[in-house]
Design a protein around this ligand. Structure first.
Ligand code: BTN
Length: 325
């Protein structure tokens, strides 16, 4: 897409963001475009996952009002001085990829957020469905001078940071599913994908990607597990700028504390949020399944499973934990 059409699409979105009807003619006049061009932009925006109604004689309307992400607003809503720079992007392949290709020029604490991702990445090589304006797609960069071993349990600390941010905004019933998922009412609300770059024995760069469902379109397809969003439980529209501000405050604090003290600073908070604590679970390790009771995590962040009277620690990698009911 050319820079100019990208610009037109953003302007068009800003015009219809209030959720009211706008005629194609009026939109065209404001943007200096033909009605056909407006109709094409609307189609392209719908293809990115926006719920846009088109009603004969009335025009176009977003299913719900949308507040677009804005760097100045996010910065104004922050309560701590930002550790790193922030970029607000519009449509991007993947925010993690955006960070990954720039690690050489970035300093710890850098973050970027995007309105939509066309190739959002999930764990285990899955795709993270990333419709426009519907969620938070955030990547945060941190370089660990002490190397790879200093990162043990990082995803668990990030889970705690996200749940703290949500609690601050009034979402109290958050639970964490080892190692990387954030749950609300037994359904997945958010996921964390940490990508790591570095050599053994030297500093290690981490790219912490967070996908958090805010108000997903009703017609969403392509997600292969039960999921939810904040709009399902919120009594008013969730302000994504505020959510990003609170998340960044938490991430800055969490990474600084994690670098000094590691996982022990977060273990007890994690255990209190553990979705599977004292619950029957099955662990899927490749083609093998082990059944038992979830018993929390150990100091290095391994999952503890009680099986036939013995507690065994299971480390990351390709393990998935599921409820066994
Ligand atoms: C998971 O599979 O649960 C992890 C999902 C992580 C998705 C986020 S969205 C922002 C960042 N950029 C990506 O491409 N992925 C992560």
């Amino acid at each position: 897409m050319s820079k100019l059409s990208d610009q037109h699409r953003i302007q068009l979105l800003q015009l219809i963001a209030n959720g009211a009807f706008h005629s194609g003619e009026a939109l065209g006049e404001t943007l200096g475009l033909s009605r056909a061009a407006i109709s094409n932009h609307i189609k392209a925006l719908s293809a990115l996952g926006l719920d846009i109604f088109s009603v004969k004689g009335k025009g176009y309307r977003l299913a719900a009002p949308l507040s677009l992400l804005q760097a100045e607003q996010i910065l104004a809503l922050r309560r701590r001085p930002a550790v790193g720079a922030l970029d607000v992007l519009n449509i991007i392949d993947s925010t993690n990829q955006h960070v990954k290709s720039r690690t050489a020029e970035l300093a710890s604490g850098y973050a970027c957020v995007a309105e939509a991702q066309t190739a959002g990445r999930g764990r285990h090589g899955r795709t993270w469905v990333s419709p426009y304006g519907a969620s938070i797609y955030l990547s945060y960069f941190w370089s660990f001078a002490q190397g790879y071993q200093a990162m043990a349990g990082l995803s668990l600390a990030i889970g705690v940071a996200i749940s703290e941010a949500l609690r601050e905004l009034g979402f109290a019933d958050i639970q964490l599913k080892w190692p990387n998922d954030i749950y609300l009412n037994s359904k997945k609300l958010a996921g964390v994908l940490i990508e790591v770059e570095g050599q053994v024995g030297s500093a290690c760069d981490s790219i912490i990607g967070i996908g958090l469902n805010v108000a997903l379109p009703s017609s969403l397809e392509g997600i292969d597990q039960p999921f939810t969003d904040l709009a399902s439980v919120a009594d008013q529209q969730v302000d994504r700028n505020q959510l990003v501000a609170v998340l960044l405050d938490q991430l800055d604090h969490t990474l600084q504390l994690f670098e000094q003290q590691g996982l022990p600073a977060f273990s007890s908070a994690w255990q209190q949020l553990d979705l599977f604590r004292n619950k029957p679970v099955k662990l899927i390790l490749g083609d093998q399944t082990v059944r038992g009771m979830g018993r929390g995590i150990n100091d290095s962040g391994a999952f503890l499973l009680e099986h036939e009277g013995q507690i065994k620690a299971y480390h990351g990698g390709e393990i998935s934990v599921r409820a066994d009911d």
